[in-house]
Write a new protein. Structure first.
Length: 335
């Protein structure tokens, strides 16, 4: 199955870029080469494939290039070099009008700053992109009411942004982006401006929506705790380059280099490592069975309390191995 969104050898350079610098089939300047030329490599040689229906998280420290990469993938800015494909179509070969139509009808975007229109009500803010598409007012209003209810703001349709809490304002931003029923949903640190408790609530809401809607999502965050709650896969960026792409579990257990190791070293392993990753395959234990996909944090107490190894089962309920106290404790103490 082809990727929903992909890019190949994607570059975004800023500065005095000479045509000669871009010549040749093996264009691959080092960081020092770019510095000597007075050029900033915001995104460098990025290759990605994002699958249908997955939450793909892009992480990195400030200045790593993650926001620039999302703006490239969403067509907000043009790359210096490279390819970007959506559903097999090269979006870089689209006309300006075609790209605008794709972004209006197939992409939704939510950013850190809510960017709500202060003079419009909740309902009017959510209707706004539909009216830009040219939808009739009655149809736009009906759709807006649907998504307002979906994000839990029913009864607040006539409120203005100033009358809402930060979490409620972010829900309006999410509803507005969902109103166009996007195939691709881009979220750039959407919860980072929220208080911790509200942020947790919004993560829960986000996961509830994803369970219902099954969108393909590109999500930027610098918070690894947030990433491991939400992500199917994570891309770690540094200095404009993607260092590693993997599941949260693989990143923690098998970091590609010292940078990724340092990036992930404070993550509670029990929240990331699954039962299946540490079980003894083959011989079953006792009990009805623990799912192989369960996280160690969720089963640790039960396993440690059992004098015998417990059975591990796959998604079909078949016994595939066992897990005991020693394996759980090795995860808990970071062995």
């Amino acid at each position: 199955m082809p990727a929903k969104l992909s890019c190949a050898q994607l570059w975004k350079l800023y500065g005095n870029i000479s045509p000669k610098m871009l010549e040749g089939p093996d264009f691959s300047p080092s960081k020092k080469d770019l510095q000597n030329a007075g050029v900033i490599g915001a995104v460098q040689a990025v290759d990605l494939e994002i699958n249908e229906g997955e939450i793909f998280v892009i992480m990195g420290l400030s200045g790593s290039g993650k926001s620039t990469l999302v703006r490239l993938l969403s067509g907000l800015i043009a790359p210096t070099m490279g390819e970007i494909h959506m559903d097999g179509q090269d979006i870089l070969k689209m006309s300006a009008r075609e790209l605008i139509e794709v972004r209006r009808h197939k992409m939704g975007m939510v950013f850190q700053h809510f960017a709500l229109l202060p003079h419009l009500s909740v309902l009017q803010n959510v209707m706004f992109p539909l009216e830009i598409q040219g939808q009739a007012k009655a149809a736009a209003e009906a759709r807006a009411r649907e998504v307002v209810e979906l994000v839990g703001l029913e009864g607040r349709e006539d409120y203005y942004p100033r009358e809402l809490s930060g979490g409620q304002q972010q829900r309006v931003g999410i509803a507005r982006s969902l109103a166009v029923e996007p195939d691709l949903w881009f979220l750039d640190e959407p919860f980072s401006a929220l208080d911790p408790l509200i942020r947790r609530e919004m993560q829960d809401e986000f996961m509830r929506l994803q369970a219902m809607l099954k969108k393909t999502i590109v999500f930027i965050t610098h918070d690894f705790d947030e990433a491991i709650r939400l992500a199917d896969r994570i891309a770690i960026m540094k200095d404009g380059r993607v260092i590693q792409v993997a599941t949260p579990e693989v990143l923690v257990q098998n970091p590609a280099d010292d940078y990724v190791r340092e990036f992930t070293k404070h993550i509670p392993r029990d929240k990331v490592v699954s039962v299946g990753a540490v079980m003894k395959a083959g011989r079953a234990g006792v009990g009805e069975g623990l799912p192989a996909s369960a996280k160690i944090a969720d089963v640790a107490a039960k396993v440690v309390a059992s004098p015998e190894p417990l059975t591990v089962i796959d998604k079909n309920g078949m016994a595939i191995g066992s897990i005991d106290r020693e394996q759980v404790i090795s995860v808990l103490v970071g062995a």
